[in-house]
Design a protein around this ligand. Sequence first.
Ligand SMILES: [Zn+2]
Ligand SMILES: [Zn+2]
Length: 679
Amino acid sequence: MTVFTHLHLHTESSVADSILKLDQALLAVRADGQRAMAITDHGSLRSHFPALIPRHFGPGTSPSGVEPLLGVEAYLDAGLPPYPDGYPRLCHLVLIAKNIEGYQNLVRLQRWAWTHNLVIGRFPALTLPMIEQFHRGLICTTACVGGPVGRPVTLGLWDVAEDLFLRFNDLFDEDFYGEVSAHPLAEQPEINRAVALFSGRAGRRIVQTVDSHYLGPADWISHDCLLKTKDKRKSGYRYPAACFYLAPEWRVRGYGFNPEWIDETNRVAEKCSAAAEVRAAILTAASVRGGPQPSAAATAMTSEELFLSKTVPITPYDALRSVWVWAGLPPGGWSELAAHARRIKRMASVQSYPVRAFSRKYPNLWSMARGLAGLPRAVCPDFRHKILVSDALKDLIPVRTVDGLPVAEIDCVTARALHLPVRQTAESEREPHKGIEEFYRGLAFWWNDRPRQALRAFQVSIAAVPSAGIGTSLSIPALGRPCPSAGIGTSLSIPALGRPCPSALILARIRLAQSLRELGRQDESDKWLRDLRQDPHVDSLHLKKFVMAIGRPAVPVPGIQLELYPEVAVLSMPDSITPDFGEIRKACEPAVAAGIRDVIVSGPAIARLESRHSRAARLNPVLARFRKYLKSRAIDLHINLDISQIPSRIDPPAKSPPTRERNVSRSRQRRPIGAGTSA
Ligand SMILES: [Zn+2]
Ligand SMILES: [Zn+2]
């Protein structure tokens, strides 16, 4: 019997929402003695195939020593009343494949949702009739506070919640589970009660989960940095709590829920053999390719070819700029940042002199940036590679759409590692997709502060897409009003047009305006924005969301702020004051009283610690004293946030206190809980 199995986990394929890299997660759960780990990304199956590649992590039954459970946190249109502004209210639903039949159904369901039911251009939504049709071989749980129980209960609709619960109960029978979590959200306790009540009445079992988005409690800061710089500029958006991390088994037990709910997660894992079966089926399909080839005509009849997909990754420069923005450093320092970043070849390597220099000067920013580098900013088609989806592979290859174009949710490296039939495309095959290709090229430039190149790419993109797409199409009949896609890499299916319209077009126009502004061409930028505002098919709310982000100054924080979570306390220090030891200790009192074991210092204080500024020079000894004070109460102070380090040992680190805020070992979270509070 294993210790615990995570059944609700987001990898980097939950784009712009999770900073947990797949390999990182596999290593961390293996280090904790867990034998399996579910992969349930938001509406995406993209991390499944990489999890099937043989890895050399060490001995174990499966390639990584950890059995991946192939799942999804799907969007579900359960017919709940829409939001006040008219947007459809979707639920989350966790589905995990038990066997290959379940996996095929998962692929069918997700493909249908991406190609036939993309809600407001962003969310591939399942419907109850579709799930009824393709539920075999799947395990289903009630998911998070946004699930089919959570959403209606939050709205006070307990009857609706129980009706939905019973529908899934009838359909999935003993493969249906109530899901409870200890997240410190206001609505969580009531939802847990509802789930426990309905499960008790229906005789269903319950599983305990942690909605994991990052590796450890302190990584909340890096995660926050990713969220807040999602649209390049700093925004006020934040996650409601700091506990959405890949908790080790002792922590999950420490929440004090029924231990039976933890044991049940292992029984769910034992039911699942999908990864092994899918791996075997793919390898068989690959070996068959060596034999006699079917005629071209027969292939055309039964197979289809799809472009692969790839990501627009966060480059080292992009990562550095993001933490720079997040920390509120003055834009004047950007040239310095650029001078360093331009010379950085590999983020992970600290061999070259410029990298070493930067990481010495800004150790905290550096370690945060390292954690962000390589994560995807967006998913886009890989127009250079196509995969042949033969009969044998049909319903095994996950498919999504990008700007209306169906693509395989696999990147080229993964496809080749699994010996899938991939070929390079010809120029003529790429030509019709020039508009989308150029948009994503421009996007990569734009993210990396190269507005001139971005501008050119966006101009080509706009010119390449027929203008019929703009004026006539961006109205969503179901919504009764026009709406552009809010996301990148999404599409709107336009019945009136008879074809999907690339949402990239709207975004290309917005990004173009932003690029012009960054180049100092204010008048031209304003003209583009005026055009966009006057376009009746552009949703003003969304336009505001993108445009308002330009150049918005960071809101000053009046004093030291303490946020208290069951896991950690976060002390945000404004830049405007230099707190003394007494003030910091006073602000932190509630955390000490609550028995918190980890305190994170965040905000501009982090940046200031690394400057030669006189105020920072005064703050450093204050923090050193504060650290000593916390230490005497068995509390750790975190400033260095290195999320790329995997805990390599289970014991607490040696007692010698670090002299500076570096090298804070990630293994600290493994201590027994002691006085930790429970939700
Ligand atoms: Zn959710
Ligand atoms: Zn989730």
